[in-house]
Design a binder for this molecule. Structure first.
Ligand code: SF4
Length: 470
């Protein structure tokens, strides 16, 4: 049964909400998206795109169609013209967006990474911590091959908590508003914690998907107003649109954002942006070098730079970058150093870098945990304190976890510590806030790409990361 088709409730906007929404203008965008590989195979793409895939590459991918190694069934292929222009001059950007037969060589992985369905009380909502994540869109303007939401974007059927099998659905405003109000009422009546789950008030919502920026201004505005009215203090919006199609951040969008701030001045907006590599936003000269700007810094791609500057003019909104560390895309410490420095110059906070999740096919993308820590640590050499804020995080089923340190020296007399140790710290436990800050220490395993790979070498585990299945 389709959960979303069950009951269609209606959201009745308040007067203030309706007044704000009446001002919102939608604009039209021409992203010039190429969807799927068939157009490349038929030679029906623009002339300058025709050699994006070689004939051999297309033949190899075509041979997998309909088999269990079908590339497009694992993750649909999609690219904007803007991103194609970046890919032309950047091997890393090309690898990010270009389908490859290597993606399905090894299909090991989870269909529901992080076991999100265990935390989904309402369709399209993942409720962990004091933060709720909602799926509001099922696609992005282009698709990263390593996407950790491939099950949502490819509309794969997954097993639910109740044993039923169906694709993940999107959140709807009426159901979500009702859930937030009810949850917070129970928490308030119970002295600040939910009597069953122990969770605090739901005060932050992260709009995600897919990319919420594929919605029209009115769609985004409806969510913001409804969430604000429901008592949400801080709305985050996860987007890669600054990389895929920065012209989406046009005057009509900023006007809508300003009007929202005027109507709801207490609600904070945080954009969680997603740059993997500086080639996504920095211009290059004919020799492939970044272009220094007189007085400091490097030249940005014009449309991206303009959008980021517009954000920077507004004190009520913040930009934080977070991105996974992916093989052959974002594993170069020098590129990472440039990216962190330039982002900070543009008032973008470097928030998290992530170890890749255990998605289906993750072996084609994931960098081992200890190598990822080394990449980030090396990249931060030479950065100032404010430029080097980013931490390396890995999302355990139990909660968000930081990879704090990887040591090289043996610890005499400690079993498993012959080659040094890895220290994990629980940043946020999905259920139990007091566990924050607790650590786990394991012996090193340079090949480890997931928690399971350390199961046989746990030294200390006060956080409980290894006592339940990751
Ligand atoms: S932007 Fe995020 S959700 Fe969209 S394809 Fe890339 S990883 Fe997936």
């Amino acid at each position: 049964m389709n959960v979303q088709a069950k009951v269609r409730k209606k959201h009745i906007p308040t007067e203030k909400e309706a007044d704000f929404l009446s001002k919102v203008q939608n604009a039209k965008y021409d992203r010039q998206i190429v969807t799927g590989l068939q157009k490349f195979m038929d030679g029906k793409v623009d002339d300058d795109m025709k050699d994006f895939y070689t004939e051999e590459e297309l033949a190899e991918i075509a041979a997998l169609k309909g088999t269990n190694r079908d590339i497009e069934a694992r993750m649909p292929v999609k690219m904007t013209r803007h991103y194609f222009e970046r890919a032309r001059v950047s091997p890393s950007v090309r690898t990010l967006v270009k389908a490859s037969p290597a993606e399905t060589f090894d299909l090991a992985g989870s269909e529901d990474p992080g076991k999100q369905m265990s935390y989904s009380p309402v369709e399209g909502l993942i409720h962990k911590y004091e933060l709720g994540l909602i799926y509001v869109a099922g696609t992005c303007s282009a698709h990263c091959r390593f996407c950790y939401r491939e099950e949502l974007i490819a509309k794969k059927e997954i097993v639910r908590e109740d044993g039923s099998i169906q694709a993940k659905g999107l959140a709807q405003i009426p159901e979500l508003v009702e859930y937030i109000k009810e949850h917070n009422k129970i928490v308030d009546e119970n002295g600040g914690r939910h009597p069953e789950t122990g969770r605090e008030r739901l005060r932050e919502i992260l709009m995600s998907g897919g990319d919420p920026m594929v919605l029209a201004n009115k769609g985004i505005a409806s969510w913001w107003a409804a969430l604000s009215e429901a008592g949400i203090e801080s709305i985050r919006l996860g987007t890669k649109e600054l990389a895929f199609f920065p012209d989406r951040f046009d005057d009509s969008f900023f006007q809508m954002m300003d009007d929202f701030h005027e109507a709801y001045p207490e609600t904070r907006l945080r954009f969680m942006i997603h740059f993997n590599h500086p080639d996504e936003f920095l211009d290059k000269d004919e020799d492939g070098n970044y272009i220094p700007v007189e007085g400091g810094g490097l030249k940005w791609v014009e449309s991206t730079g303009r959008a980021v500057k517009e954000f920077g003019k507004r004190g009520f909104v913040t930009l934080d970058n977070q991105a996974p560390i992916i093989k052959n895309i974002s594993d170069d410490p020098d590129a990472k150093r440039i990216m962190q420095r330039e982002l900070r110059r543009a008032k973008v906070e470097n928030h998290y870098f992530f170890c890749g999740r255990d998605i289906v096919g993750h072996k084609a993308f994931n960098v081992p945990i200890e190598e990822a820590w080394n990449i980030l640590n090396t990249s931060q050499r030479g950065l100032s304190g404010v430029e080097a804020h980013a931490r390396l995080s890995i999302t355990h089923y139990y909660g968000k976890t930081e990879v704090v340190a990887v040591t090289n020296e043996p610890i005499p007399g400690v079993p498993h510590a012959e080659n040094g140790v890895v220290i994990f710290k629980l940043l946020r436990s999905a259920e139990d806030a007091p566990k924050k800050g607790q650590v786990a220490i394991v012996g090193r395993n340079p090949d480890a790409i997931w928690f399971d790979d350390y199961k046989d070498r746990v030294i200390s585990d006060e956080a409980g990361l290894f006592s339940i299945k990751a």
